[in-house]
Design a protein around this ligand. Structure first.
Ligand SMILES: NC(=O)C1=CN([C@@H]2O[C@H](COP(=O)(O)OP(=O)(O)OC[C@H]3O[C@@H](n4cnc5c(N)ncnc54)[C@H](OP(=O)(O)O)[C@@H]3O)[C@@H](O)[C@H]2O)C=CC1
Ligand SMILES: CCCCC/C=C\CC(=O)/C=C/C=C/C=C/[C@@H](O)CCCC(=O)O
Length: 341
């Protein structure tokens, strides 16, 4: 009689889907750059959890980071809000929600490394998706870029581009809360109208203005104390010479360059930076990770007090991840772009 004890326990398999990048992007991403993979996941071992994606983030950083954080054939990087559907780890109770950097996957078996429980008192009326946006990494980016890098002060004038996006919109609202004058640029008239509704002092469509320099000069004839840079490229070549003496530039991103196959070269405003003693500092949001808990609380309180509006651009369906990502890069989003699994 066969000893059944010797037959390995059939591990229950979960069917998971994942988007992989077989080859690095070359220029602007296209549908054929992505491949959908189906994988069978074993049930969690002792100490492990099974996560099911609820919302997944699509962010600009994925374009440049894919070359430095991924090998060809890897699952696309990214963060998601996930539900713990099975747990053999007491730190992550079944039914709890977490932020996980699992990438573009529907399900993940994890030992909990890098997995963060959402704030324990996450309000019932606040969508979990905001944990990927204004009450998450983009919101923190805005807060740290303004407070730690720009060191923005009341009464100063701030310029922010990609202002109707996940980071830019939080930048502008926090700057208004700090008693500053805020100028924003965005790529559609609808976005510009929304920014003005939000309380931006001036907003303009950089795609349709006759002259970017003229639009920037008219918006702030005295110049800019702080410039929150999300776009880079030609925009910054025009904006930097319009900084006030002792101005500060927080270099957050350069999305106008991410899909370039040949690097842009532009006028180099170094002399004006010297003469005006401009400080220009690149930063990554992770530098202040030690402050995240208190910072997320601040952002959440502003949201609950109605002082921080958090619009989202939600795409439904995991199968639409590539479309959501490419749409965000094309400027289709007003607010944070997320995918509802
Ligand atoms: N340093 C850091 O730690 C972090 C940096 N970032 C950076 O912040 C910036 C904004 O990110 P995020 O808020 O998540 O993204 P957004 O939600 O703003 O979406 C990207 C937006 O960029 C704009 N855009 C795209 N291409 C161009 C272009 N060629 N010229 C001008 N604008 C363009 C589009 O809006 P529009 O309609 O205005 O064109 C698009 O909606 C990015 O540069 C990103 O890399 C983000 C998070 C962390
Ligand atoms: C390869 C050069 C990249 C230059 C910087 C490009 C864009 C700036 C930017 O958007 C940075 C975003 C940082 C986001 C950080 C997110 C973290 O929560 C997780 C990042 C994933 C990882 O570090 O593997």
């Amino acid at each position: 009689m066969e000893n059944h004890a010797s037959i390995p326990k059939q591990r229950i398999m979960v069917q998971a889907k994942a988007w992989i990048l077989p080859k690095y992007f070359d220029g602007f991403p296209k549908d054929s750059d992505f491949e959908l993979k189906v994988e069978q996941l074993p049930e969690p071992k002792d100490g492990e959890i099974l996560l099911e994606a609820v919302y997944l983030s699509v962010d600009p950083y994925m374009r440049p980071f894919s070359r430095v954080r991924m090998k060809e054939g890897d699952v696309m990087i990214g963060a998601q809000v996930a539900k713990v559907v099975q747990s053999r780890n007491p730190l992550f109770p079944e039914g709890s929600h977490v932020i996980s950097r699992s990438g573009w996957r529907t399900h993940t078996v994890s030992d909990g490394t890098g997995v963060i429980l959402l704030l324990s008192d996450w309000p019932a009326d606040v969508p979990y998706s905001l944990a990927l946006g204004a009450i998450g990494m983009p919101g923190l980016t805005a807060l740290y870029g303004l407070e730690e890098v720009c060191q923005l002060k009341a009464g100063e004038t701030l310029l922010v581009n990609a202002a109707a996006g996940a980071v830019g919109m939080v930048v502008g609202q926090i700057a208004k809360l700090k008693g500053c004058r805020v100028i924003g640029s965005a790529g559609s008239d609808a976005k510009v109208a929304y920014l003005k509704e939000l309380g931006f002092d001036q907003a303009f469509n950089y795609k349709t203005v006759q002259s970017l320099e003229q639009a920037l000069r008219e918006a702030a004839p005295e110049g800019y104390d702080c410039y929150f840079e999300n776009v880079g490229g030609a925009f910054s070549s025009v904006a930097i010479p319009l900084m006030k003496p002792m101005g500060r530039i927080a270099v957050c991103g350069a999305i106008s360059t991410y899909n370039d196959t040949t690097p842009q070269t532009g006028p180099f405003p170094h002399l004006t930076m010297i003469m005006n003693q401009i400080r220009m500092e690149g930063f990554l949001v992770g530098r202040w990770e030690h402050k995240n808990k208190e910072s997320l609380r601040r952002l959440l309180v502003w949201k609950q007090e109605g002082k921080l509006k958090c619009p989202e651009h939600v795409t439904s369906g995991f199968e639409n991840m590539p479309a959501a990502f490419m749409g965000m890069l094309r400027g289709e989003n007003l607010g944070k772009a997320v995918v509802k699994a």
